[in-house]
Design a protein around this ligand. Sequence first.
Ligand SMILES: [Zn+2]
Length: 214
Amino acid sequence: MQLEFSNLHSVLCIGAHPDDIEIGCGGTLLELMSRNPAARMDWIVFGCNRVREIEAISSFRRWFGNNPSRTIHTHFFSDTHFPSQQSGIKEQFRILSPSISPDVIFTHRLEDRHQDHRLLAELTWQTFRSHLILEYEIPKYEGDLGNPNVFFPLKAETVQSKIQYLLDEFPTQREKPWFDRETFQAMMRIRGLESRAESGFAEAFHARKIVVRL
Ligand SMILES: [Zn+2]
């Protein structure tokens, strides 16, 4: 059986740092939002500074153009210090939650070993209790990738767009040795293999709980 995402009304994306959402689910969102052009999207990046906010907004526009139903929200919490700023970050979730009712939420993974990522995953689950939450993957030195259980096969052109957009839109990250075409392509290739994707590429997620309503 396959799960299909059609007639989406609202999608929420949560990321600690500019480029997290794009790395974790940028391909899925390209395809999902093109199939649901009227859907609302709220895309929230918590750990910006002035330079990285410019990157985040530019990337968001590259991904989705100027569609008025898609909104990026940026916050300036300090990179790597989210746990010490928890009350401020939690307040942003409290302000956000009554104003939206997303069909699906893309967020960090609870087992992610980056403390900023992990905190946002915890706050997502605390805030949104009746929603489908899919946790995306971010490769890192600590090697915390697990065994995802939800796969979105991607078209070959989507894979190339995602990689090119990432490489173009985040100049501050280019000096990192892992931030390159090979890393992004390899991640999607492995997940494509596991899901037997037609193109050979996919993005993968962790779903802890799925409620089926007939
Ligand atoms: Zn991050």
